[in-house]
Design a protein around this ligand. Structure first.
Ligand code: SF4
Length: 524
């Protein structure tokens, strides 16, 4: 096993916890060693949930391994059902518990519980967190609905809804902006006259999952989580899957068109619904057009971000990739369309090496890439999990739909605009209105001068000034340039000190060396 400091995804049982924590009435019994409850902190600290996840850990210890751990599993199962009274009990094991082979799912299924049991196979040594979440959601959907699947060859029951409806599948606890995406997409659908039948797993109950077949179609909002469940519903209940993920203006329009076509309704996308197209056109082209961008994250957000960067903001995508091997195909295809080879890796050091080589001007990535970009001094915006606490904002901040496109514009372009401000400051530094010695324009009417507080380089040193410096002092060109590199708020003091040092030492022409000798002198 490779031990590393950071990982993009946790083990698959963390994915199972995400599904249990997303839903109401579901409890997870996790056969796991003492200490695995660390996972609770992901939810309470990063997502700031006001409750611990609905998980009972068997918490076996080293000394238990010599005795009957299956007995411990059974005791924990009965205690969990007694205490939490779930509508459904999910049962799985973590990496270490998988090695003991207690088969907790089988134990629970055959122990005569009064609640439905859904065992989940975690494949801890070959799979990761997002796969675990997708597999758990699929197991729940199949476990609850398999008795209702129409017999082979029979017609699917006709949908009775007068209003067309869809299920929103995939949003989950610890997903990227899922809470707000659901609200945005629900509004988008309602504006089309489409009702959301069930949204799951986020905020759904097992009872809600039983109503999934009532919808006309399933919207696969996050393929990592909902892909297997959508495929199963399609195979068994003939429900079509709407696959366009509405992140970005273009994709949102395509999503609306796909919903309309799938449900047989008439709807024209609103071309003015997002400010992104106009805002991006209105920004100085120097700051968007051709900006070199590197994109990395889960597959859903990476593919969407690369498309927005290329088609809607006129950036040049110089590299893209994903840590998700299961979803690598869609990223490879998207990269190929841009003439790139996708980076498929869950080794953050390799990602850092590629970013360093490519030298992008903007990084769109996960929390990992935020760290990398910070080290390299490159602007960065987070577009995907794994994310940190600041990417679970209290305010409304979707990524999907037209409002999501506005949020994306703000969060991607502003890091570049901060660069623009610095560039403008540098460009106009010597302008008579903007130089450091110019008085603020709002004080012009009072005739107040601030020159003595922040002396400019080019007013330097002819005649005695308030520093008491000698009248013959001059600065040579290189020394002046060096002085300009000093932050403006300490530059005046540095200048005065240097001139005093020069006068004390009989130096008439201040050179770069004089500047640094003075600095060393006053630092002692
Ligand atoms: S069971 Fe897996 S997740 Fe839990 S402590 Fe062991 S290696 Fe880590």
């Amino acid at each position: 096993m490779e031990l590393s400091l950071w990982t993009y995804e946790g083990p698959p049982h963390v994915g199972a916890i995400r599904i249990a924590n997303s839903m109401r009435g579901v409890h997870l019994l996790l056969h796991a060693p003492q200490g695995d409850s660390y996972a609770d902190l992901l939810f309470t600290m990063i997502e700031r949930d006001n409750h611990r996840p609905p998980v009972t850990y068997t918490t076996f210890q080293a000394r238990d391994l010599g005795s009957d751990t299956a007995e411990l599993v059974l005791r924990s199962i009965h205690a969990a059902v007694e205490k939490h009274k779930p509508q459904v009990l999910l049962v799985g094991d973590s990496c270490t518990a998988e090695l003991i082979q207690d088969q907790p799912g089988s134990l629970a299924s055959s122990s005569g519980l009064s609640v439905p049991v859904v065992p989940v196979e975690m494949l801890a040594y070959s799979r990761k967190e997002n796969w675990g979440a997708g597999e758990t959601f699929y197991s729940l959907v199949r476990g609850l609905l398999q008795n209702r699947v129409p017999a082979p060859g029979s017609e699917a029951p006709p949908r009775t809804n007068e209003q067309p409806s869809v299920n929103l599948l995939g949003p989950s606890s610890l997903g990227f902006r899922c809470r707000d995406d659901v609200r945005e997409v629900t509004q988008l659908l309602n504006d089309m006259g489409v009702r959301v039948n069930v949204c799951a797993p986020l905020n759904a109950s097992p009872h809600d999952l039983l109503r999934l077949p009532e919808a006309d179609a399933n919207v696969c909002l996050y393929p990592e989580i909902a892909g297997p469940a959508c495929d199963w519903l399609h195979r068994n209940f003939k429900q079509p899957t709407i696959k366009t993920v509405p992140i970005g203006v273009g994709a949102t329009r395509e999503f609306v068109a796909e919903v309309a076509k799938t449900l047989g309704i008439d709807h024209t996308p609103d071309s003015e619904a997002s400010r992104l197209p106009w805002y991006s056109r209105s920004v100085d082209s120097t700051y968007l057009t051709g900006k070199r961008v590197f994109v990395f994250g889960d597959a859903t957000h990476t593919v969407a971000a690369a498309r927005i960067a290329h088609e809607e903001l006129a950036f040049e995508v110089v590299g893209m990739g994903t840590y998700s091997r299961e979803q690598a195909r869609s990223v490879r295809e998207a990269a190929k369309e841009l003439g790139l080879e996708a980076l498929i890796s869950d080794d953050y050091l390799e990602v850092e090496r590629v970013i360093s080589e490519l030298q992008p001007e903007l990084v769109l990535g996960t929390q990992m890439e935020r760290h990398i970009a910070k080290r390299l001094g490159v602007p960065c915006a987070v577009i995907s999990t794994p994310a940190h606490v600041q990417d679970y904002p209290a305010r409304y901040s979707p990524q999907m739909g037209y409002e999501g496109a506005n949020v994306i514009f703000d969060s991607w372009v502003h890091p570049l605009m901060m660069g623009l401000e610095e560039h403008l400051l540098a460009m106009f530094r010597d302008d008579f209105e903007f130089n450091d010695g110019a008085q603020p324009s709002h004080l012009a009417a009072e005739g107040v001068s601030t020159r003595s507080e922040a002396p400019a380089v080019n007013d330097a040193s002819h005649g005695e000034d308030d520093t008491g410096a000698s009248a013959e002092l001059t600065w040579d060109l290189n020394a002046e340039r060096e002085l300009r590199k000093i932050p403006f708020f300490v530059r005046g003091k540095a200048k005065r000190n240097t001139e005093r040092f020069a006068a004390d030492n009989g130096v008439n022409v201040i050179k770069v060396d004089t500047l640094y000798e003075a600095k060393a002198h006053y630092s002692r």
